[in-house]
Design a protein around this ligand. Structure first.
Ligand SMILES: Nc1ncnc2c1ncn2[C@@H]1O[C@H](COP(=O)(O)OP(=O)(O)OP(=O)(O)O)[C@@H](O)[C@H]1O
Ligand SMILES: [Mg+2]
Length: 454
């Protein structure tokens, strides 16, 4: 579950926390004094620590800094007395994960601990995955800031090394092919071929031969025997895109090939055995197709082993600024233009759009703007003119939902503009810094995520 260090000079509180945390399943070490805490950290690893702001000889912030020298990734939750909100904000700036004001509800503490540990686990996984990908390939082109996309990347790293069939589901332009390639590149099969076929683009008559190959003379026009994609992908990965459009006759043959790991090319009596990993993708709801008899149920269960859902861009708008930066760089290089960024108004238009075409649409939008701009910043007149801005799916959401969603979009946009500088953001928003921190906390937004690498 996790090992927690608690430092507080209040013996009673310390005892109480120990009991509460242990009964929640954590392994707890308590320290009344700074030195004891430092000693402990030098001798054993901790997953998280809880530090009182007011300690015996030191303040909690400087202890936190010392702890971070030894365990830089360990999240620290600061406990503060009522009324010292400024110091709590200071602690956050110096690297605390969050703070709690005494007296607090035990559930609040447990919730914060859980969140901090989950966040840390995600970060470690992503770092591992990025290292894995960067090590051998310069494969850093997947942008994922939102929790939803970070979860997808963690999933990719976990399943890449397995042999299981992967089922990628997502609207058009959400990155299905990109993720399929990432899985291949992070797997043991990476040096073998990645072969993709779009089932929606091939006529039925050609598809069987494309997939499984044919013998010379097996049908009119078959002047040579041809290897199918499955054979070409031997020891590698086959990517079946838009599998929902595969005709039923071919579905039957695919099912047999997946079950028996062998198949017969058209016109051949000799089975071919291949070793391939299969990744499929679909925009459509295949379960619905199964119900309507358009897709074989047995094949569905064969391929629906590890499902990965790619969320539409409108559900992860916090990815937009980073994606924009990524595409500005890409097209800037291609077109030999040095583009600094977007004006706040231009960025706002992007944040408000509904993105039916998802990341691909965003990519096209940025490409157009880079091509058209005469300056080194992109102004709003080059962004989505004559396009409807975000129209909610239902005409009206409940007021609270609409307000929350606006608040979140506003905060992301604001922090992006200020490069994560909360003081600056507070000034622009006309709010106290502490209030802004509260809002950020409510929406699970962290200022560090918006800091530009210096
Ligand atoms: N997270 C991301 N980071 C960077 N680029 C992305 C990301 N997601 C998608 N893209 C880019 O957006 C474009 C569309 O992605 P991709 O072709 O993988 O989507 P798709 O779901 O297969 O789309 P379609 O359904 O239209 O085939 C590609 O150029 C891809 O590189
Ligand atoms: Mg695709």
């Amino acid at each position: 579950m996790g090992k927690i260090l608690v430092v507080d000079d209040d013996r009673n509180l310390l005892e109480l926390l120990k009991i509460r945390l242990e009964s929640a399943g954590y392994d707890v070490f308590t320290a009344l004094e700074e030195e004891e805490a430092m000693e402990a950290v030098k001798n054993q690893p901790f997953d998280l620590s809880i530090v009182d702001l007011q300690l015996l000889h030191q303040d909690g912030i400087s202890l936190m800094k010392e702890l971070h020298l030894i365990l830089p990734e360990m999240p620290v939750i600061i406990l503060t007395a009522y009324g010292s909100i400024e110091s709590a904000v200071e602690a956050m700036k110096k690297g605390a994960y969050s703070y709690l004001t005494k007296p607090f509800e035990p559930q609040d503490l447990l919730l914060q601990i859980e969140k901090a540990l989950e966040n840390r686990r995600l970060n470690i996984e992503i770092k591992r995955l990025k290292e894995l990908l960067e090590e051998r390939y310069d494969f850093t082109n997947i942008v994922a800031r939102s929790e939803k996309m970070r979860r997808v990347l963690v999933m990719v790293s976990q399943i890449a090394k397995t042999e299981s069939t992967v089922y990628i589901h997502g609207e058009s332009g959400t990155g299905k092919e990109l993720i399929a390639k990432a899985i291949h590149l992070a797997s043991e099969r990476k040096i073998k071929p990645f072969v993709a076929i779009n089932c929606a683009a091939l006529p039925e008559a050609l598809m069987e031969s494309e997939l499984f190959g044919h013998e010379k003379g097996s049908f009119t026009g078959a002047v040579r025997s041809t290897k199918g994609l499955f054979t070409q992908a031997h020891e590698g990965t086959v990517f079946l895109d838009e599998i929902g459009d595969m005709p039923l006759s071919i579905q039957a043959k695919l099912l047999r090939a997946l079950q028996e790991r062998q198949f017969y090319p058209i016109g051949s009596a000799k089975p071919v055995e291949v070793d391939v990993r299969v990744i499929v993708a679909t925009q459509k709801d295949l379960e619905e197709h199964v119900k309507q008899g358009l897709f074989r149920e047995d094949l569905f269960y064969r391929i629906h082993v590890i499902p990965i859902h790619l969320p539409p861009l409108r559900e992860r708008k916090e990815d937009i600024p980073l994606l924009v930066e990524h595409f500005l760089k890409k097209f800037g290089q291609q077109m030999k233009k040095e583009i600094k960024g977007l004006t706040p108004m231009a960025m706002q238009r992007l944040m408000l759009h509904h993105w039916p075409g998802n990341v691909r649409e965003l990519e096209n939008t940025v490409e157009y703007a880079v091509a058209m701009t005469q300056q080194d910043t992109i102004t709003e007149d080059l962004i989505l003119q004559n396009q409807p801005l975000d129209l909610p799916e239902e005409p009206f959401k409940p007021f609270k939902e609409a307000k929350d969603s606006y608040e979140k979009t506003y905060l992301i946009h604001l922090l992006e503009t200020c490069g994560g500088n909360v003081s600056k953001a507070a000034k622009i928003a006309g709010k106290y810094r502490a209030d802004l921190y509260d809002l950020m906390k409510k929406h699970g937004i962290k200022s560090e995520d918006f800091k530009k690498p210096s």
